[in-house]
Design a protein around this ligand. Structure first.
Ligand code: SAH
Ligand code: SF4
Ligand code: F3S
Length: 473
């Protein structure tokens, strides 16, 4: 009999990847995915600790699951995974005693043993229910938040299922940068890079399942330094050239990069490899050197600008997205103006902007000069207005251009297909289902708030876009 699994995923793309891998790990135990927590026998909440708001979602979700567990008279396994589990494992078990399993991001290869124990607990509840001994929702309280010496990647099965046209592939995990606002070095642990051989194998497996685009993931993906086939540590640039040799892999992206690790070889790869998409997420956080220093970012605003210049020289159609924090402790109006200036100078057609959120245990949480909520709100609104204009201008400028689009699925309307531009905007055209998995040229005729539409045009997709397709001079 198949057992039913529901996974709720919060947080970053790595959590999305981890959730897919947890499903792969549990497949051999007979678990298949279902669409709702009510329909499941087991539920995993994969959590994010990055900001207070993200973290709070864990406990409200657990409250809802408690009710389901009660309705099912305890015959229900609740697991909490991810970064809140890592940071607050004990607290979760204390506050939510109906939880059966708490596991960190580095131990999910051990899920089968934990689930086997939890299944015995659920079976005992079933027996109690059968003899009319009443409901028992208490969980088993299994906690595994080690940073084990063995790497989970060495124990994971091959990806299964139907990943679609585009898939994530974790190549690097953890972080040694210790930005003073950030929990990631504590929740994900020290930097670790998978071997080139393991990554190439997984990419080939994905391509065999129909994937045409991989997004290489890492908290610090461009700090990648995995074992290469020649016994030396390979860089992300070297890995990108190797992956570009895989037949059928049309597009390669990577996220998230740190400006410190944006080396010349990787910048050159953007000029050389048509598979490397000309859209890069490069968080800058602030435009003020004083604040960047207090954040321990290890780069200045000028250093960031120089990297952008080099990237645009190597690949003139390259566009950027970024992460920005407003209201970091000590941020003055002048510091904030420096951030606005940098945003205006670089231009970001996409960006994630956040109010600084104090995270327990991080150095910035106890720094002097915490900024008032109202000031953070005002700065965020001002920043977002500038970013919104840049997004609108960018999309508008695409009208009339011809872009290569990788088609992913049918649209909502009859005869409509949807793909993605190099810049990740959804692009709608009228076309047939055999477009799925193909890269085709589309002349853009309309921009909408979050998407574009256009018509297919004949012709081969050029490796390097001609000037008419370029977004920047
Ligand atoms: N290196 C990872 C970081 C993930 S966190 C990556 O770069 O993807 C993603 C973004 O969340 C960070 O770039 C930062 O802008 C934001 N962030 C992290 N901690 C934060 C905090 N305490 N308050 C507000 N935003 C934060
Ligand atoms: Fe966090 Fe900084 Fe590491 Fe990114 S580089 S994960 S922001 S500590
Ligand atoms: Fe959140 Fe952990 Fe990702 S804190 S952003 S899920 S690395």
């Amino acid at each position: 009999m198949t057992k039913k699994l529901f996974i709720r995923t919060y947080g970053c793309q790595m959590n999305v990847y981890d959730s897919a891998r947890m499903a792969d790990v549990l497949g051999p135990l007979g678990y298949a995915a279902v669409e709702t927590p009510e329909a499941a026998d087991m539920v995993i909440v994969n959590t994010c600790h990055i900001r207070e708001h993200a973290s709070e979602k864990t406990f409200s979700e657990l409250g809802r699951l408690k009710q389901i567990k009660q309705d099912k008279s305890g015959e229900y396994i609740i697991a909490v995974a991810g970064c809140v589990a890592q940071a607050e494992g004990e607290e979760i078990l204390a506050r939510a005693p109906y939880v059966d399993i708490v596991l960190g991001p580095q131990t999910y290869h051990r899920l089968p043993e934990m689930v086997a124990r939890a299944e015995r607990g659920a079976a005992q509840n079933r027996l109690r229910n059968e003899v009319g001994a009443g409901r028992k929702v208490a969980g088993l309280g299994i906690l595994d938040t080690d940073f084990p010496v063995e790497a989970k990647f060495d124990f994971l099965p091959a990806p299964t299922g139907a990943p679609g046209v585009t898939a994530f592939l974790s190549i690097q995990e953890g972080c040694d940068k210790f930005c003073t606002f950030c929990v990631v070095p504590y929740t994900r642990g020290a930097e670790y890079s998978r071997s080139v051989a393991q990554i190439v194998t997984e990419a080939e497996q994905l391509v065999a399942l129909g994937v045409r685009e991989v997004t290489l993931l890492g908290q610090n993906v461009n700090a990648y330094h995995g074992d290469g086939p020649d016994g030396t540590a390979w860089t992300l640039a070297q890995l990108a050239y190797r992956l570009a040799e895989i037949p059928g892999l049309e597009r390669i992206r990577y996220t998230t990069s740190h400006p410190r690790d944006m080396d010349d070889a990787l910048i050159a790869a953007h000029g050389d490899l048509p598979q490397l998409m000309p859209f890069l997420h490069l968080p800058v956080q602030s435009g003020s050197d004083r604040i960047l220093q207090a954040m321990n970012r290890q780069h200045t605003a000028d250093h960031y600008r120089r990297i952008i210049d080099k990237l645009r020289t190597a690949r003139p159609d390259l566009c950027l997205s970024t992460d920005l924090i407003v209201g970091f402790p000590g941020e003055s109006d002048a510091d904030f103006q420096a951030t606005l200036q940098l945003v205006r100078d670089v231009t970001f057609p996409a960006a994630f902007s956040f109010k600084y959120s104090a995270r327990p245990g991080t150095p910035a949480a106890t720094m002097a000069g915490q900024v008032e909520e109202a000031v953070k709100e005002a700065r965020l609104a001002e920043l977002n207005a500038v970013l919104q204009t840049q997004l609108t201008d960018f999309n508008r400028a695409l009208v009339g251009k011809t872009l290569p689009v990788l088609f992913e699925k049918a649209g909502r309307h009859a005869g409509q297909m949807v793909g993605r531009s190099p810049y990740l905007q959804p692009v709608h055209v009228q076309g047939a289902a055999d477009l799925i998995g193909q890269v085709r040229l589309v002349e853009i005729d309309q921009d909408h708030s979050f998407s574009l539409s256009g018509r297919l045009v004949a012709g081969p997709v050029p490796d390097v876009p001609p000037a008419a397709m370029r977004m920047t001079a």
